[in-house]
Design a protein around this ligand. Structure first.
Ligand SMILES: *Cc1c(COP(=O)(O)O)cnc(C)c1O
Length: 381
């Protein structure tokens, strides 16, 4: 955790010096001048910038994970189960819908799962398409795997209609399509008819990133229900958000068994350590305790949406654990004001808009008072 730099506004002084050091190396041309991706990790009292779960793990789960890890320690001289069979069976059981381990694959975060999908189905000479504003890691993972990125757009109200989505896919004919539902940073889930239309128009793979599925409002169906009829559909999930397991690094996918065979061609052998597998299995075994906070987080999410609308601000509907809202001025100034008031939110680079994670009731209170201070400071300008 680095302390806030004076005048800090998202720049990374550490990175600036490393990129000039890099000039001396024969690095890939497309990486020259690039800076590493990542939100600022600042030591602020209220951190609502990376959509983490604000609740620490309960003692009962801490103890269970501790026991599971301890049981692995003597065998650390051996490589882990390369196929992570037991973990994949547990993940399939969690998803339900009759899914089996053969349809599930796990890696160190859903970012790694998506990287493996790009390695298997993208790469040099191939392309991937996504609808912005969306998760910035999708184009970055494409770049890292030499996959050409095609940036299509969501509607001005951040929605995405089946017709517009299918037209963009038909026009560009990509090898992969990335959909995100609920979408980060806008928060809204896609209707399954949109996913269905994209599957109909696409020749290639269709990846639906459902990192926030557990936070969706009632009646929001998951793309998992479309799996039986679509061989080229992949749904990615993560334990980083609802499970509060971001530090544990465990993401997974559900798809046809052939997709699981495909990613095995590009995965590193033993990519999931035995400690990661054991910790994730213990967390999954205690999922009712871990997921118990999801309802409280959804209530805070709805409270944030309502409170912001009461203030007359424009707010995107949210099925996730975060809210995108318009500040009515320069979002960089608002971001800075709120940081000065001890609340870190996310500037996702959308002019006039900021994203805030829904956390505990106390964090919502702190956010709303920092926001009010910031809004009156912006008005005085
Ligand atoms: C947070 C997030 C993820 C999670 O990535 P992990 O590597 O599983 O931690 C994936 N997709 C989206 C859209 C996210 O916002």
């Amino acid at each position: 955790m680095t302390a806030p730099q004076p005048g800090f506004a998202g720049a990374r002084p550490d990175v600036a010096s490393s990129s000039s050091r890099l000039d001396a190396l024969p690095i890939r041309d497309d990486l020259r001048g690039q800076t590493p991706y990542g939100a600022p990790q600042l030591d602020v009292a209220v951190r609502l910038n990376t959509n983490e779960n604000s609740y620490p793990l309960p003692d009962e789960v801490v103890d269970a994970i501790g026991k599971s890890l301890h049981a692995e320690l003597r065998d650390l001289n051996r490589y882990p189960d390369r196929e992570a069979d037991a973990l994949r069976a547990d993940l399939a059981a969690y998803l339900g819908l009759g899914l089996t381990a053969a349809q599930v694959w796990a890696a160190n975060g859903s970012n790694e799962v998506q990287q493996q999908l790009l390695q298997a189905f993208g790469g040099p000479g191939r392309s991937a398409l996504g609808f912005g504003p969306s998760y910035s890691m999708h184009p970055l993972l494409a770049a890292g795997t030499g996959t050409r990125w095609i940036g299509a757009f969501r509607d001005p109200d951040f929605g995405l209609s089946a017709g517009a989505a299918a037209d963009a896919v038909a026009e560009h004919d990509p090898d992969l399509v990335f959909l995100c539902s609920p979408n980060n940073p806008t928060g809204t889930a896609l209707d399954p008819s949109v996913i269905d239309a994209v599957l109909g128009a696409a020749r290639g793979m269709v990846i639906v990133d459902e990192a926030y599925a557990e936070f969706a409002r009632p009646g929001t169906p998951s793309a998992l229900t479309l799996l039986p009829s679509h061989e080229r559909l992949v749904v990615t999930r993560t334990m980083s958000k609802a499970f509060g397991f971001a530090g544990g690094r465990l993401g997974y996918l559900a798809a046809s068994p052939a997709v699981v065979d495909a990613v095995q061609l590009v995965r590193l052998p033993y990519h999931l350590s035995s400690l990661t597998q054991a910790a994730a299995r213990a967390a999954l075994a205690h999922r009712s305790v871990l997921l118990a906070n999801v309802d409280a987080i959804k209530a805070e999410r709805d409270r944030v949406v309502g409170s912001l609308r009461d203030r007359g601000l424009r707010v995107a509907d949210s099925d996730a654990n975060f809210v995108l809202f318009e500040v009515g001025g320069d979002q960089r100034l608002a971001w800075r004001h709120m940081l000065d008031n001890g609340v870190l939110v996310r500037d996702v680079g959308l002019p006039g808009w900021l994203r805030v994670t829904a956390g505990t009731p106390a964090e919502t209170d702190a956010f709303l008072s920092a926001l009010d201070a910031s809004l009156s400071a912006l008005e005085e300008k």
